[in-house]
Design a protein around this ligand. Sequence first.
Ligand SMILES: *Cc1c(COP(=O)(O)O)cnc(C)c1O
Length: 364
Amino acid sequence: MDTHTRYTGLIEHYRDRLPVSETTRLISLGEGNTPLIQLQNIPRLIGKDVDIYVKFEGLNPTGSFKDRGMTMAVTKAVEAGSQAIICASTGNTSAAAAAYAVRAGIKAFVLIPEGKIALGKLAQTLMYGAKIIQINGNFDAGMALVKEVADHAPVTIVNSINPFRLEGQKTAAFEIVDELGTAPDYHCLPVGNAGNITAYWKGYSEYSTDTATHKAVTDKRPVMCGYQAAGAAPFVAGKMVDNPETIATAIRIGHPQSWDLAWNVQKQSNGWFDSQTDQQILAAQKMLSQYEGIFCEPASATSLAGALQDIASGKIPEGSRIVCTLTGNGIKDPDTAIAQCKDAVPVTIDASLDAVKKAILDNI
Ligand SMILES: *Cc1c(COP(=O)(O)O)cnc(C)c1O
C-alpha cells in the first residue's frame, strides 16, 4: 500500500474548512505548509525568557503569504467563470496574482505604483507575463482605481477586499495550531491593508470550534499585535494617512482596506497596534539574517521589531510563547538589502593562493 501523502496545497489540506466543493477545480502551486522556526539566538541575545517562533511565509511559491489568499481567490474566480483578474499592489499581490492566473489560464492585470516596488517583485510579475499598469500614484490611489474599473470591465478583484483571500490566508493560523498543539499567547504581524491580521484571527477563532459538532474545543486564542511602519501608521494615528512613506514598501499604505475588521480583531483579542521606525525595521531584518539565518523582506521584519520592543518593555511578559509572521522573502528586495550591508561589500583581491590565504587569516 502506498503510505505517502503528497502535499498538494492548502485548499486540499484544509478542504473541510474552506468554501470548495468536490467538483471545484483547485488552482494551486503547492502553497502553505511553511516552516514555523523557533528563534535560538535572539532570545538569548536580548536576555529574556521567551519562546519566539517565526512563521516563514517567504517560502511560499511566489515568496510571500499572498499565495495563500491567491490560490483561494483564483480558484473561486475560475469557478465563477471569470476570464481575468485585477489587483492594485505594492508588489507581492501582483506577483501572486500573475502566477496563479498563469496556472488557471486566465489574464492578470496589475496596477503598481511607479518606482515603489521592490526589484524582485517586478521581475517576477514581468516573468509570469501579467499585464502591468504602472501608475503615477501610490497603492491607495491604485486601489481606488481598481474598485472603480471593476464596475466597468469584466475583471475579478483579487485584492484582500475579495473575501476568498482571507479564507485562504486563515489557514496559516491552522498550521500554527496544528504544529504547536495550541494557539500561541501572542501573535505579531506587520499591518498594511490589515487583511492578514483579520485572516489570522478568523483562523484562530474557527479552529477553536469542531467543524462537525460546532462545539468549542479550546478557548485559547492569541493576543493579536499589529505593527506598522512609523511613516505609514493609520492604525496608530487612529485615522487614514494621505502620504504614507516607508522603506518597507509592502506596507506603504495609508488607507487600509480592512479598517473596521482589524479594529474588531484588536478589541476581541485584547491586542494593540504600534509602529516602528524604518531604522528599527531594518535592524530587525538584519538581526534575523545575522543571528538566525532567516532572510525576510523589510516589511516582514516589522513583526519582530514590534515584538522585541514590547518584550523589552514587559508589555509582552517573560514566559510567553510568541509567533511572528514573516510575510515575505528577503530576496524580493535586493536593493534594500545590499544598501544595508555597504561595509560588508567585498573588495577584489588577486586570484592567487597567497592573497586568498591572507584574506582568510586576516578575518578568522
Ligand atoms: C501584503 C503584505 C503585508 C501586509 O499585509 P496586509 O494584509 O495588507 O496587512 C506585509 N508584508 C508583506 C511582505 C506583504 O506582501
